[in-house]
Design a protein around this ligand. Structure first.
Ligand code: MG
Length: 381
């Protein structure tokens, strides 16, 4: 993506003398309230309950950004755009990780459900109020497009939403972006940087917390291979478990990154991709893992799903938090006067439904703020 080819911003805006287009997108994201709140939102563990070692959405986001920038630079893509996309990719998540998302989805069923990507777009287009000249952050088309297109189609998409979507569903999921255009290489890349980050850091968090064991992870071929390699290279790792885990995790990141780079270069070459137009027209994913690695990676993701995300230790909390969010939602429904003025006003003046306004407010909450509100409101009734 070249800045000269950008489809620009939604509202008229001035240009900066010394910052380029996507640099400004990045800066606006970093200065947003939603970005700061990521630090108290859960990735897998509920951060306030489980200790300070584990990833939260902010540290996850920073790891995704690091990997995305490395990939973008290695492939000669637009590093500023990749960075902005990565920093923005999780802004639409509510409190309490996937359990929170599930609860919001149930509450919002009459409105078509809750999707963190659609919510992310609402955050950057509407809910962030920082500028007198326009609502939202007025980001460029290309950065906003990440919310609609970070589910890439094609091979290796087995764990992604788009693998299950039909052509007829695409316009709805495209959130107003051209449904038949392929996403830019930068968008495709950030989707995979996200996977590389959580596939590997969730292993680390799982092992260190004791939710996963050494014996369990050795069942995963990708893990076992990497472990055999690093132990053969450094004998000290045989006896030092923590150092071994960290070395294996690092080796796994390198394995995934190197494979993605090689396969992407191969595809760009094989399909003679030379311009943005070529990328937009391409039928299949261009930034992609190889046919050898993709099934190995899927095994790892299935393992994490069965043994970590759905483990009793993580799930026990899941049900508790879902119940709390449902009660919180009900409290605001019963008494909308409990909502802050700015949110209530949107229901009155912008014609937004009460449920939508409650959802925007609740989805913006951090884990600990939602907990405090629940203690205040839901316990009381
Ligand atoms: Mg993410």
């Amino acid at each position: 993506m070249r800045e000269a080819l950008s489809r620009g911003r939604t509202h008229p805006d001035h240009e900066s003398e010394y910052r380029a287009l996507y640099q400004r997108d990045r800066d606006r994201i970093v200065h947003s309230a939603a970005f700061r709140r990521l630090q108290y939102k859960t990735q897998v563990f509920v951060s306030v309950m489980e200790g300070d070692y584990y990833r939260n959405r902010l540290t996850h986001t920073l790891e995704v950004t690091q990997i995305a920038r490395t990939l973008a630079r290695a492939l000669g893509l637009n590093e500023d755009l990749a960075e902005a996309l990565a920093l923005a990719h999780d802004l639409g998540h509510g409190p309490f990780g996937h359990s929170g998302e599930h609860a919001l989805n149930v509450e919002m069923r009459s409105e078509g459900g809750f999707d963190h990507n659609a919510q992310g777009l609402r955050v950057v287009d509407l809910l962030e109020q920082r500028y007198a000249r326009f609502p939202g952050l007025n980001l460029t088309y290309e950065t906003r497009e990440g919310y609609a297109k970070n589910y890439v189609r094609g091979a290796g998409a087995a764990t992604r939403q788009d693998a299950r979507t039909t052509r007829a569903e695409r316009p709805r999921l495209a959130l107003g972006f051209a449904p038949d255009e392929s996403p830019t290489l930068e968008v495709q890349l950030v989707g995979h940087a996200d996977e590389i980050a959580y596939d590997t850091h969730d292993l680390d968090d799982g092992l260190v917390s004791g939710a996963l064991s050494d014996e369990q992870v050795r069942v995963v071929p990708l893990w076992r291979q990497a472990e055999d390699q690093v132990v053969a290279e450094y004998s000290v790792l045989k006896d030092d478990q923590r150092l071994r885990w960290r070395t294996v995790v690092r080796r796994l990141i390198a394995t995934l990154v190197n494979d993605l780079l090689a396969e992407t270069r191969r595809r760009l070459d094989a399909q003679d991709i030379r311009s943005l137009e070529d990328v937009r027209k391409a039928e299949n994913e261009l930034v992609c893992f190889s046919a050898t690695l993709a099934p190995r990676k899927l095994e790892l993701e299935t393992f994490l799903m069965d043994n970590f995300y759905l483990s009793p230790r993580v799930r026990e909390k899941t049900e508790l938090w879902q119940e709390r969010l449902r009660k919180l939602f009900a409290a605001y429904r019963n008494n909308p006067a409990l909502l802050p003025d700015e949110h209530r006003r949107r229901a009155q003046t912008k014609g937004e439904s009460l449920d939508r306004v409650i959802c925007d407010y609740v989805a913006g909450m951090t884990d600990r703020f939602a907990t405090r509100q629940w203690e205040r409101l839901a316990i009381a009734d």
